[in-house]
Design a protein around this ligand. Structure first.
Ligand SMILES: O=C(O)[C@H](O)[C@@H](O)[C@H](O)[C@H](O)COP(=O)(O)O
Length: 282
């Protein structure tokens, strides 16, 4: 990837270097040799956004997804982040949740609780999980109601160009089919524009019932990070980032285009292996 630059990480550590670059219209790319480096860069990035947001607004409203993302965030539970991050100011949300009990192995809440939230001093009342005792439709409505209350009190900011919530950071994984959150390719859920939170009952990836942020909410965030690792994702990364022409209907990941916010891709070199480096600049 000759056009990408090898730069110091955010803390200037010579040991932790990433290939980084900017795609002309698909955001910033941070490509890492291995998952260890990716995890360190991701932890640095989240810690910096948290610090900036707490300084500016007094709180940090962050939305998580499921999948391998949570494991890749694991370094946040370690030094120095476990001591330096202002955890008491974090408010946690989910960009999507699966229609299972919170105690179920498939629950995104359980994944984050076990892998991250139980290991750092988050205030329990700041954890806004999706209600697992309701139907998918009711849970989506209920979650939107919760978010509306928190927008009203400005725990979550509001977009200045629509009435959408403006999360400080939304973290997304991406499936090999290009889905993000529970927004799947060719699914009518991609057209949900009037709701902040919606639901599906026929997910191609089990379990079938899911609750998800809609694209307008994702694209209203101040920051969106898409975190992708593994060779099986390389084709979807290529289709989501490179200019591939009109023959390819846009993948959901390609529809992630923050209106005013910043988009950053955290990739390992396997996931980035099919990118067209001629489309990047330093
Ligand atoms: O609940 C979910 O299934 C997700 O939130 C989903 O969008 C996930 O992030 C991707 O499928 C990537 O998952 P992997 O990183 O595990 O492939």
């Amino acid at each position: 990837m000759c056009v990408l630059s090898r730069s110091l990480d955010a803390r200037g550590s010579p040991e932790r270097m990433a290939l980084s670059g900017v795609h002309k219209d698909r955001g910033e790319l941070r490509i890492h040799e291995n998952l260890d480096e990716l995890g360190t860069d991701l932890a640095d990035y989240i810690a910096e956004l948290s610090e900036a947001s707490v300084k500016e607004r007094g709180v940090f409203a962050i939305a998580l997804s499921g999948g391998s993302l949570i494991g890749l965030m694991g370094k946040l539970c370690e030094a120095p982040y476990n001591k330096t991050v202002d955890w008491a100011k974090w408010y946690i949300f989910w960009a999507d949740e699966r229609g299972v009990a919170k105690t179920h192995a498939d629950s995104n809440y359980k994944l984050a609780k076990d892998g991250l939230l139980s290991k750092v001093p988050i205030v329990p009342s700041h954890v806004h999980s999706i209600n697992d005792s309701l139907s998918a439709e009711e849970a989506a409505n209920d979650y939107e109601f919760v978010i509306r209350q928190l927008v009203r009190t400005r725990t979550i900011s509001v977009s200045d160009i629509s009435d959408s919530p403006k999360f400080d950071l939304i973290l997304l994984g991406m499936g090999a089919d290009g889905h993000v959150a529970s927004l799947f390719p060719n699914h009518p859920v991609l057209d949900a524009n009037n709701e902040w939170v919606t639901f599906i009952t026929n997910s191609p990836k089990p379990p079938p019932e899911r609750i998800t942020f809609t694209l307008p909410v994702i694209n209203s965030a101040s920051n969106v990070a898409v975190v992708v690792a593994g060779e099986d994702k390389a084709e979807a990364v290529h289709l989501a980032i490179d200019d591939v022409g009109p023959d390819h209907p846009p993948l959901p990941a390609r529809m992630v285009q923050p209106t005013k916010g910043k988009l950053v891709w955290f990739l390992d070199k396997l996931a980035a292996s099919k990118l067209d480096s001629s489309q990047f600049s330093e």
